[in-house]
Write a protein that binds this ligand. Structure first.
Ligand code: FAD
Ligand code: SIN
Length: 536
């Protein structure tokens, strides 16, 4: 097996990983260089598909303030968001946006050259920057990808999956990576491994997330002994385009509701006032449950979004991507109702970190959606995620500047035994129908660990996942990327199910029909490998 050594290894090339690479390169003197590993092509990630925008509390936006952003985030987060975390992220947003502009990111501006702000659910003011109308993620990512590709000090491995972290004596010393094109493994030693591997949307049958969102970094960190936080909190977006047979669903941004679109049934009867006085702009978990309830009561596969009330020129200018996508399906959003339904969208849980990106394992860091900083609490406020990605990437880089990145220590027995698993060429593996196993898991998670859960459904899920695990006989190494992803999906599904069983209350996106009330005491949930043996 090939060996290499880097001062810092960043795993993932979404906005968190790309920006971290650039900031570390800019700020830290690294004797052994930076490696950026990504399992697809450089730009492929959840980040690319972000539409609505990025929250920014800009100093010259006089209608906004850090206090107002904190208040909105806390309200949406159902009492679980951490004040200091929000304050830190909010206060740094102005500086980070200005820094992104220097890296060539362009946000939409009005005819006077001032930044344009939009509004989304549960924001009390317009504070969301956007780019390319509704192509914010793609525009930011393209600018950062360009800078990373041009930077000679950042080495890039594409089509390469991180498959196991090298941890001994509670310290992360590197990572085993697998090239899905050549089938080769490599051991990469490093004193700072940064997980920027994104979310878990693909665990569910219906999702807005692209195929790579399989929770890899979260499973790797869990297996390495890191503390996981709030794993029961999965955010379902209320308005994904519901076209028959499409399970990976295109998002109809909340910003469309922010600009005035209304939810209704097939006859055009609006229903949100039955659920919340903020109607379409209630927090996302409330709108999701409202849509889900309407669909169940009326036995339909979708509800509808009526955007025809928005002036058609504005609609076309603000939402070019959505207009085009809908038109491909014969839906003219300036006239027709858009069929929409909930889909898994974002993960509030993940690897517990502080604001420097440190996890509970020395040398292992996590940023972006893979991390759980406590910002989002039980329900993420729209467009807070991209902001968290960039502020936390920035602060992790600052932190690395302040510590000595030592050359990784000698290989010990613990590390050697991990490397040996992947060096062994004698293991014979039969082909498995991973696609079919994956579909079964996605159905289980959607049906039993979805928008509404209870003890019976969660126990059923546990049992079914356990049986699926028995049909997936991979102990040491896997045959290909699909298998590694599925292995990670099984791990994260079990963690979500277990934590959902443990939390005997409803809060934010975690709704237990058998415990519909919220407990007075608001506490995070934690889970670590030593405390839970997942394999029965
Ligand atoms: P990602 O962008 O998901 O990147 C993860 C990277 O890790 C990818 O490059 C992936 O290939 C790589 N990777 C994963 N596993 C491995 C592995 N084992 N080995 C190597 N590489 C690996 N948020 C907002 O704030 N505003 C929005 O408007 C918004 N809109 C959204 C719209 C959609 C359709 C979706 C899906 C999400 C949206 N979000 C939005 C959420 C936001 O986009 C994500 O939370 C954020 O982009 C996550 O960024 P990230 O860098 O942490 O992860
Ligand atoms: C959206 O545009 O509705 C998504 C925004 C987000 O997920 O923050």
């Amino acid at each position: 097996m090939k060996y290499s050594k880097y001062s810092t290894v960043i795993i993932g090339s979404g906005i968190a990983g790309l920006y971290a690479a650039l900031k570390i390169e800019q700020q830290v003197k690294l004797p052994d260089g930076i490696l950026l590993i990504t399992k697809s092509r450089l730009g492929e990630s959840n980040s690319r598909y972000a539409q609505g925008g990025m929250v920014a509390v800009m100093k010259d936006n006089k209608s906004d303030s850090v206090a107002s952003h904190i208040s909105d985030t806390i309200k949406a987060g159902a009492g679980l968001s951490e004040f200091n975390t929000i304050k830190f992220i909010s206060e740094n947003s102005d500086a980070v946006v200005k820094d992104l502009l220097k890296f060539g990111v362009e946000f939409d501006r009005d005819e006077n050259g001032s930044l344009c702000y939009t509004r989304e659910a549960a924001h009390s003011v317009r504070r969301i920057l956007h780019s390319g109308g509704d192509a914010t993620g793609k525009k930011i990512e393209q600018a950062l990808c360009r800078k990373v590709s041009e930077n000679e000090n950042i080495e890039i491995y594409e089509q390469t999956d991180a498959v196991e972290l090298l941890v001994s004596s509670g310290e992360c010393k590197g990572v085993i990576v697998f090239n899905n094109e050549t089938g080769d493994y490599e051991t990469v030693y490093s004193s700072a491994i940064i997980l920027a591997t994104g979310g878990i949307g693909q665990l569910y049958k219906y999702t807005t997330n692209p195929v790579g969102a399989t929770g890899d970094g979260i499973a790797l960190a869990y297996n390495a002994g890191a503390v996981m936080q709030d794993m029961e909190f999965v955010q379902f977006h209320p308005t994904a385009l519901a076209i028959d047979g499409d399970e990976n669903r295109f998002l109809i941004s909340e910003a469309v509701r922010g600009e005035g679109a209304k939810l209704c049934d097939a006859d055009g009867v609006e229903f949100m006032s039955k659920y919340d006085e903020r109607k379409e702009l209630a927090p996302r978990d409330i709108v999701t449950r409202a849509n889900f309830n309407e669909m169940q009561e009326n036995n339909t596969d979708c509800v509808y979004l009526n955007a025809a009330c928005i002036e058609s020129k504005k609609l076309a200018k603000r939402f070019p991507t959505i207009s085009k996508k809908c038109l491909e399906h014969g839906i003219d959003i300036s006239k027709d109702y858009i069929p929409v339904a909930p889909a898994s969208h974002y993960f509030m849980g993940g690897v517990r970190t502080n604001l420097k990106g440190e996890t509970s394992v020395n040398g292992l860091y996590a940023i972006g959606e893979a991390a759980s900083t406590g910002l989002h609490g039980g329900n993420r406020l729209a467009s807070n995620s991209l902001l968290e990605c960039v502020v936390c990437a920035y602060s992790a880089a600052e932190y690395l500047k302040s510590i000595e990145l030592k050359t990784p220590k000698q290989i010990d027995e613990e590390i050697k035994s991990i490397i040996d698993k992947y060096s062994n060429e004698d293991i014979v593996m039969d082909e498995l129908d991973v696609q079919s196993l994956k579909s079964k898991l996605q159905n289980i998670m959607w049906d039993y660990v979805g928008i509404l859960r209870d003890e019976k459904s969660l126990n059923e899920a546990n049992e079914l996942i356990y049986r699926l695990k028995a049909d997936f006989p991979r102990e040491a190494k896997c045959l290909n990327r699909e298998e590694y992803e599925f292995r990670n999906m099984l791990t994260v599904s079990q963690l979500i199910t277990q934590c959902a069983l443990n939390r005997k209350e409803s809060r934010g996106a975690h709704f237990r029909t058998d415990y519909p009330n919220t407990n007075e005491q608001s506490i995070h949930s934690f889970i670590v490998k030593e405390e839970m043996e997942l394999v029965k």
